[in-house]
Design a protein around this ligand. Structure first.
Ligand SMILES: Cc1ncc(COP(=O)(O)O)c(C=O)c1O
Length: 364
C-alpha cells in the first residue's frame, strides 16, 4: 500500500555527509583512502578517552545516566560553571533540534545566514519552522543584514562562530553588539563547534557571563576526536537549560560517550597536540595552495574553503578517484569551491600532490 509522508517532508533536501572511507575504497578499488571531508581529528581519539570506553564496555547492559551527572560535573569544573548550566546531546546536531523544538511556536521564525552549517535549515524545515537567511559578506556572517531579517515573529538566531564552511569568525564586539540590538525574547544560539582551534585574541568568551537569551553549543566531535560517539552540549542560564531538559529524550547520550567525554576533557596534552598539528598543517596547506595560484579563505578552524576556479564537484570527483575525500560545496551554493579538512602531515602532503595534478589536467 502506498504511504505518504507529513506535509513538507518532500521538500526537505537531505543532509549529505562526507563520503565514508570504506565505501570509497570499494567504489574505486583503492587500497588507501584519506578522508579530509568532515573536519574530524586526524590524530584519532584521545587515548584517555579510549581507555575510559574500554573500562565502561562491560557496563553497557545498563542504561546510561539520564542526567549525565559525572560528565556535567566535569564540564562544570572545566568551565567554572554549575552542572545545571549544561544540557548534553547526541552531538550538537541533536541540540540544534532540541533548541528549535523547545523554543519556537509553529508561526515563529528563525534567522541565520546563507553559506553556513546546513543543519540549521534542514532541522528548521523538518520541524516546519520558517528560516530566513541573510547573504554572507566576504565569507563572513553579515550581522546587520541578519538584524534586518528579524521581525516580531523571530524567536531564534543561529550563528556558527567560527563558521562552517568558511572558517571565518566574528569577534567579541561584533557578537556583543548584535545581541544587544536584538528585541527582547529573541534567543541567540552561538554554535562554537570549532572554538578549540581558535588562535586569535578577540574571539568571544561566550561562557564568561551566561544570559537567559544566549545558548552556546559545543561538541566533542572535532578537536576532542569523538565524532563517532556523538556527544555535544549546550550551555546557558539554569532557567534556559531547565526548559531544554524538559524536552530532551531521557537517554539521548549513551554511556560510552559520557565516559569518553569526561576523560577527553581532562586530556589537556591531547588537545594541545591537536592544536599544534592543525596549525602547522594549515600553514603547510596555505603555502602549497598559494603555489598553485588558487584562492582560499584564511581559516581559524581545522578546515579551509578553497575556490578551485573549476566546478568544485568535478574537483571533488577527481580527488575521490585518487583516494582523497574532500567536500564539494554545491549544497552551500558555492559551485567552484571545495572544503578541505586539515589532516596529518601525510594526508596534507598527499592532498596537495593530488590537487596539483588535478589542476594541471583541468588547466590544459
Ligand atoms: C558548525 C557546526 N555545528 C555543529 C556541528 C555538528 O556537530 P556534532 O558532531 O556535535 O553533531 C557541525 C559538524 O560539522 C558543525 O560544523
Amino acid at each position: 500500500m502506498k504511504v505518504s509522508p507529513r506535509k513538507g517532508v518532500l521538500s526537505i533536501t537531505p543532509y549529505v555527509a562526507g563520503k565514508p572511507i570504506e565505501e570509497t575504497k570499494r567504489e574505486f578499488g583503492l587500497k588507501e583512502v584519506f578522508k579530509l571531508a568532515s573536519n574530524e581529528n586526524p590524530l584519532g581519539p584521545s587515548p584517555k578517552a579510549v581507555a575510559a570506553v574500554r573500562k565502561a564496555l562491560s557496563g553497557i547492559n545498563r542504561y546510561p545516566d539520564s542526567q549525565g551527572f559525572c560528565l556535567k560535573k566535569s564540564l562544570a569544573e572545566f568551565w567554572g560553571l554549575k552542572p545545571e548550566n549544561f544540557v548534553l546531546g547526541n552531538g550538537s546536531d541533536e541540540l540544534i533540534e532540541l533548541v528549535i523544538r523547545t523554543f519556537t511556536e509553529a508561526d515563529e521564525n528563525i534567522v541565520t545566514s546563507e553559506g553556513t552549517f546546513l543543519e540549521y535549515s534542514i532541522i528548521a524545515q523538518t520541524n516546519e519552522r520558517r528560516i530566513k537567511k541573510a547573504p554572507l559578506r566576504e565569507f563572513k556572517y553579515d550581522l546587520d543584514a541578519m538584524l534586518e531579517l528579524v521581525d516580531p515573529k523571530t524567536k531564534l538566531v543561529f550563528i556558527a562562530n567560527p563558521n562552517n564552511p568558511t572558517g571565518t569568525y566574528l569577534n567579541k564586539n561584533q557578537i556583543a553588539r548584535f545581541i544587544s540590538l536584538l528585541p527582547e525574547g529573541v534567543i541567540t544560539v552561538l554554535d562554537e563547534a570549532y572554538d578549540a582551534f581558535i588562535d586569535v585574541e578577540d574571539y568571544p568568551e561566550s561562557l564568561a557571563t551566561l544570559k537567559d537569551n544566549v545558548i552556546v553549543l559545543k561538541t566533542f566531535s572535532k578537536a576532542y576526536g569523538l565524532a563517532g560517539l556523538r556527544l555535544g552540549y549546550a550551555v546557558s542560564s539554569g532557567e534556559t537549560v531547565s526548559y531544554l531538559e524538559r524536552v530532551r529524550q531521557p537517554f539521548n547520550v549513551n554511556l560510552l560517550a559520557q565516559e569518553a567525554g569526561a576523560a577527553a576533557l581532562k586530556d589537556k596534552g591531547f588537545l594541545r597536540k591537536t592544536r599544534k598539528v592543525i596549525l602547522e598543517g594549515k600553514n603547510f596547506l596555505y603555502r602549497g595552495l598559494s603555489e598553485t595560484g588558487i584562492k582560499y579563505v584564511r581559516s581559524v578552524t581545522n578546515f579551509i574553503l578553497i575556490d578551485t576556479g573549476f566546478k568544485g564537484k568535478a574537483v571533488f570527483e577527481s580527488c575521490l578517484k585518487c583516494g582523497v575525500i574532500v567536500r564539494e560545496m554545491e549544497a552551500y551554493g558555492m559551485r567552484n569551491f571545495i572544503r578541505l579538512t586539515v589532516g596529518n602531515k601525510k594526508e596534507n602532503r598527499i592532498f596537495l600532490k593530488v590537487f596539483k595534478k588535478i589542476l594541471k589536467e583541468m588547466r590544459k
